[in-house]
Write a protein that binds this ligand. Structure first.
Ligand code: ITT
Length: 199
């Protein structure tokens, strides 16, 4: 079975390739599966609904399965923002760096003990024939006072993982893959695929 990763985010794609690849699964990008343009409106009311919307929109032909991910960073002092709107936080004009600067500005000098946050990842997998598997993963941490580390993407240089005390930006890809929200969701998916005897 080949799994098409229905994302336009290169950072996510690299993580799926690395984590699922290490587990022996074959994955490819939408472009490699001949799908040029799939970016549906993400108008669901939960991460899970948005993941389903993205997986359905990808709709590859033949023997491919599809995996879509909807994820976000929830900051408690911002009442859960940016959350489901993490990719669009601050409007269309901002890049990842601009969104990180906006987040730091919004949180201001809130003390470390109140800078609690979590990453959430919902994955939707649609198998050939239509069977749908939905799983979720989360990881807890704090928002740093400034960016640390160059690795990863998105909010990684700002998210201090509880278990290591390092930002995802300071951790290597295999280290992030031990603890991250996406890694936990992928492990849950793999457990379900094994139950179904799908390789
Ligand atoms: P696709 O919809 O094409 O998959 P996207 O980037 O728009 O790409 P989302 O709508 O799920 O994906 O938005 C998730 C955003 O949350 C993402 O753009 C990052 O800003 C942030 N994010 C999610 N997972 C992250 C991670 O592991 N590290 C850092 N930031 C992450």
């Amino acid at each position: 079975m080949i799994f098409v990763i229905a994302t336009n985010n290169k950072g996510k794609l690299a993580e799926f390739e690395a984590i699922m690849g290490r587990e022996g699964y074959r994955v490819c990008s939408m472009a490699e599966a001949g799908i040029e343009n799939s970016a549906p409106e993400e108008n669901g009311s939960s991460y899970a609904e948005n993941a389903l919307i993205k997986a359905k929109a990808c709709n590859p032909s033949g023997e491919y399965a599809v995996i879509a991910d909807d994820s976000g960073l929830e900051v408690d002092v911002l009442k859960g923002a940016p959350g489901m709107y993490s990719a669009r936080y601050g409007g269309a004009g901002l890049d990842d760096g601009g969104r990180r600067r906006k987040l730091l500005a919004e949180i201001g000098d809130t003390p470390m003990e109140e800078r609690t946050a979590r990453f959430v990842c919902a994955i939707c997998c649609i198998l050939p024939g239509g069977k749908t598997i939905q799983v979720e993963g989360r990881c807890e941490g704090h928002i740093a006072f400034e960016e640390k580390g160059e690795n990863g993407f998105g909010y990684d240089p700002l998210f201090i993982l509880q278990e290591t005390g390092l930002t995802f930006g300071e951790m290597s890809e295999p280290e992030k893959a031990v603890y991250s929200h996406r890694a936990r969701a992928i492990q849950a998916l793999i457990a379900r695929l094994k139950e179904e005897n799908i390789k």
